[in-house]
Design a protein. Structure first.
Length: 169
């Protein structure tokens, strides 16, 4: 499930003779989508990292995107982890455009967003897609990332605070 050959199989299923199927579209950095009143901006996808990040495309190829409605925004880092400097490269490339009210911490908050990236996003809320055991395990830096955000006044959520909900109007 976490191996590049599964992406290759996915690609074969969604393409015919090298062209996208009619009902399938590959998103790329810079794409904007208006979906039911939500503005979705794509910042990073598999297509941008596939040649630059070696054998870690399963994580680094995750999509980084921002959903905005009205004056509320959520930045999703998906499963990107902080290998090979991708977070800092994105922060340098997009700067203030990455600012968001909510930040979904990449890679479950472990080996994830750098302090520099978190400072650029400057969220009010952060979500760690992980059980609280991640915060207690010395093999993970989720605890340090959470403490860094909380020291900046960011309210943090995880599986331990469930049920969690964001309502964008």
């Amino acid at each position: 499930w976490d191996e590049p050959e599964y992406y290759d199989e996915f690609w074969e299923l969604t393409h015919t003779e090298g062209k996208e199927n009619r009902n399938f579209h590959v998103l790329k950095a810079g794409d904007n989508i208006d979906l039911c009143g939500l503005d979705i901006k794509v910042y990073s996808t598999f297509s941008e990292v596939k040649d630059n990040y070696g054998d870690d495309i399963a994580n680094l190829g995750s999509m980084l995107f921002k959903v905005t409605a009205g004056d509320t925004s959520v930045l999703y880092c998906s499963d990107i982890h902080n290998n090979r400097g991708l977070y800092d490269a994105l922060a340098d490339a997009y700067g203030d455009e990455l600012k968001a009210d909510y930040l979904q911490m990449g890679h479950h908050g472990n080996n994830s967003c750098t302090e520099y990236f978190m400072d650029v996003v400057n969220p009010t809320y952060a979500f760690f897609d992980c059980p609280d055991a991640f915060f207690e395990n010395p093999d993970y830096d989720s605890k340090e990332n959470k403490e860094y955000l909380e020291n900046k006044g960011v309210i943090c959520y995880s599986f331990g605070t469930a049920p969690n909900e964001i309502i964008i109007k």
